[in-house]
Design a protein around this ligand. Structure first.
Ligand code: ARG
Length: 458
């Protein structure tokens, strides 16, 4: 196949070099963006009198036909083409003859690839955001159903204070909300048009970059032509937003794995989102959560590859930048697979509140409340803290819990103690009293749920 860029050289490249150089096997997914970008370009060339209006109409019509034929499958991608941009131009010229060769006036492939990728990724972001919303809805629904289920909250994976399962789940909802904001924020910055940068320096033709940008749904244009074709920070930003999202899903996965173990048994995953073992008949494995945790590293890898690819590149375009696409596509594929699976797993997960409560009854997670009771009765916190710790040690020595330790024993440590201490260390009361904004009490969790629902509706 003669190269469209044959000129200085005869374009007779080695087959090895062709295969190595070509990107069509992965950039063909951007055919729609490439073609609509070219249609806007042809319209601009016509409107500005750079080509005639009749020529512009012919180009637009020819491009529309290529788009239809690719959509219907009547036209197949020619994998011997260097990339999607060359492929479309080649087919157009084959079909239209000389006028097809006018399309590439006042633009460069460097503009095209930057344009197509931005257009492609902004749509992908919308898809990911829709999946995040779905997961948020599933998490919020579970939180609502379990807003009063008490379990131990942990620090250092040691039982710390009582929390509700709804409260615990809503922590993840807040993270996911921020993930969504990061994605939308990145989309906003990405939505500036690089078309018309013309390889690097701008052009001598009387082009109208803003016309093209508006036609293609951009908020504005890249204001420096060197930057427009060189910058791939929109890929890095997206990859980092996806990495952070996966990091959240991975932590959540880790907890689901722990919760569904016999050691915790706070939840039972549905059969639909678990697997069995080929040898151990009793097994029910949380493979979905493990795979999400496992795939997180792969998305981080894509981010690191993009950062590393860019770090030493002089302006403007360098072929290294062709490496931008596979990583970002891989990360998107991965995230788009993980999110719906994760949502399904959470939605169908059965909670076991009795087991949660049983765990909460051990581990002295009301020791802080005991100290707070003494503070309310006049002791400085540090003294109260110490006595509470001594009482815990006494319970451990006697195989008791704070609720079952007799009042006489309490009084050995402080004369202040009376019967009301038992009301203060009751698990339900401990949760009920945590009314501070963002805290674990039922009304506080309800407020968090209402907030997330409101954010989901906008
Ligand atoms: N296939 C290239 C890429 O993906 C398109 C831009 C190529 N430009 C160039 N002058 N070689 O980055």
């Amino acid at each position: 196949m003669a190269k469209l860029w044959a000129g200085r050289t005869d374009g007779a490249t080695d087959k090895l070099a062709d295969d190595f150089n070509s990107s069509i096997r992965f950039d063909h997914v951007m055919y729609r963006q490439d073609i609509t970008g070219s249609m806007a370009h042809a319209a601009m060339l016509g409107a500005q009198g750079i080509i005639t209006q009749a020529e512009a109409a012919q180009l637009i019509d020819g491009l529309q036909n290529i788009l239809n034929d690719l959509d219907s499958g009547a036209l197949a991608f020619d994998m011997s083409c260097e990339d999607i941009h060359m492929f479309v131009e080649q087919v157009l010229t084959e079909r239209l003859g000389a006028v097809g060769k006018k399309l590439h006036t006042a633009r460069s492939r460097n503009d095209q690839v930057a344009l197509d990728l931005r257009m492609y990724l902004r749509e992908e972001i919308d898809t990911v955001v829709a999946f995040v919303n779905e997961l948020l809805a599933a998490v919020t629904e579970q939180a609502e159903q379990n807003k009063a289920a008490i379990l131990p909250g942990y620090t250092h994976l040691q039982r710390a204070q009582p929390v509700t399962f709804g409260h615990h789940l809503m922590a993840y909802a807040m993270m996911l909300l921020r993930d969504r904001e990061r994605l939308l924020d990145c989309r906003r910055r990405m939505n500036q048009s690089p078309i018309g940068c013309c390889a690097l320096a701008g052009t001598t033709y009387n082009t109208d970059r803003r016309f093209e940008a508006a036609q293609l749904g951009f908020d504005g244009i890249c204001r420096n032509s060197l930057d427009g074709v060189s910058d791939r920070d929109f890929c890095v930003e997206l990859l980092s937003a996806l990495s952070i999202l996966m990091m959240h899903l991975s932590r959540f996965s880790e907890e689901v794995i722990l919760w569904s173990s016999w050691e915790f048994k706070f939840v039972e995953l549905s059969d639909a989102f678990t697997t069995g073992s080929s040898i151990m008949p009793q097994k029910k494995n949380p493979d979905m959560a493990e795979l999400v945790r496992g795939k997180t590293g792969r998305v981080y890898g894509d981010l690191m590859a993009a950062l590393t690819m860019l770090k030493g590149l002089p302006l403007a375009y360098n072929k290294d930048m062709q490496e931008d696409k596979e990583g970002v596509f891989d990360a998107l594929e991965t995230v788009k697979m993980c999110l719906p699976v994760f949502a399904g797993m959470i939605r169908t997960m059965r909670t076991l509140p009795d087991n949660m409560r049983r765990a909460a009854q051990n581990g002295f997670i009301n020791a802080t409340d005991l100290a707070d009771w003494m503070v309310a009765h006049g002791l400085p916190f540090r003294d109260a803290y110490k006595i509470s710790g001594q009482l815990v040690a006494r319970c451990i020595a006697e195989g008791l819990v704070l609720e079952s330790l007799p009042l006489e024993v309490y009084r050995e440590y402080s004369e202040l103690f009376d019967e009301t201490v038992f009301e203060a260390i009751d698990l339900d009361a401990c949760v009920e009293r945590r009314i501070s904004e963002g805290g674990t009490s039922v009304p506080s969790v309800e407020a968090q749920i209402a907030y997330v629902k409101e954010m989901l509706s906008v």
